[in-house]
Design a protein. Sequence first.
Length: 120
Amino acid sequence: MSYEDFVWFMLCEEDKTSKRSLRYWFDIIDLDQNGIITPYEMEYFYEELVTRLENLNHEPILFVDLLCQMNDMISPLKEGNFSFEEIIRKKEIVGIFFNSLCNLTKFISFETRDMFAIKH
């Protein structure tokens, strides 16, 4: 990875709200580059997080439960198939979608957040 690639990676990692960073992460997850993120592609990335969660003695959520949450959050036309256009409609919460597949630290902090504190 060149320095320029590293800088783009860090910028896209820290701010998952800009269209450019969303496109960056979408292209990474879309393994076959067909413009649709499928459950197969999501599970490919999620399996690595599960392994890391188990190594940290965290109980992972089942992939089917995660997929259900993502379907509820993004509301794709075809359940389980997420296009870029559908994802950018939910710009304010789409970081959760990519963090659940690529960033263990942010995924754990989202899953263990205190809902009572957030409401206040």
